[in-house]
Design a protein around this ligand. Structure first.
Ligand code: ZN
Length: 244
């Protein structure tokens, strides 16, 4: 089976459309999304509906849960919190219900999908300690899944556990070895933060045992224009061009 894994769409319809166009040419059987369909940008309803119509299997992100009122925004920075409140006002009843009912985790084949960390959707995987904690939790799950796909940091990343050591894989194509486990972040569709403004995603080929990372250009200007016209913080538009 060939799977596409996308994450952190953040109401960026232009980026989502470009990514789905790219995926359409890659012989993909199933598409997964690691959460944060909404937040930051200006097309929450359109993105939720596109995810639904494409049959994408999606989990709940920290912006999704806040945008449907399941959690408070006290721990969000002011721009993110403002975008959450804006999204809360615009989400249709139907789309709110859909987001509310997303699972926090999906287990499939030899992998598991979660938003932030295996124990907490709000926790980032950034430090060595976060990495080792998540490898420990991954290996402790029933059936010890080989790969944990995560989002939340908006940083494309593949880390292999080799014995006791965590090694960062820098290539665009990663070969999955039977004696290793992996933590993989496909990067963000709608708000990349690694300095490359192009939308990011990855493809996992379960037969060939490979993960390939992709970047696609999208119409950043149209998305920025919508953010500004919606009255959302201008910083949210600016950061898209910088990929920060
Ligand atoms: Zn996010």
């Amino acid at each position: 089976m060939r799977y596409a894994v996308i994450s952190d769409i953040h109401s960026n319809l232009e980026a989502l459309s470009a990514v789905l166009d790219g995926i359409a040419h890659l012989r993909i059987q199933r598409v997964f999304c690691l959460g944060d369909v909404v937040g930051y940008n200006a097309n929450p309803n359109e993105c939720v509906e596109r995810v639904r119509d494409e049959g994408i299997h999606c989990i709940m992100g920290n912006h999704d849960s806040r945008s449907v009122g399941l959690e408070e925004t006290d721990d969000f920075n002011p721009h993110a919190a403002e975008a959450v409140r804006w999204t809360q006002r615009r989400l249709s009843e139907e789309n709110r219900e859909l987001l509310k009912n997303l699972p926090r985790r999906i287990r499939e084949d030899d992998f598991v999908l979660f938003h932030g960390s295996l124990d907490d959707p709000d926790r980032y995987i950034l430090t060595r300690r976060d990495v080792m904690d998540n490898f420990r939790m991954l290996n402790g799950l029933p059936g010890s899944p080989r790969i944990g796909f995560f989002g939340h940091t908006h940083l494309r990343m593949a880390i292999a556990l080799v014995g006791e050591a965590a090694i960062i894989e820098n290539e665009d194509n990663v070969t999955i070895r039977a004696d290793r486990s992996y933590l993989v972040n496909p990067g963000s569709v709608g708000q990349p933060r690694d300095g490359d403004p192009r939308a990011s995603f990855c493809v996992y080929d379960g037969e060939e045992r490979t993960i390939a990372f992709y970047r696609v250009e999208y119409d950043i200007r149209t998305c920025q224009k919508k953010v500004l016209e919606a009255g959302l913080p201008s910083w949210l538009a600016e950061r898209l061009a910088a990929g920060r």
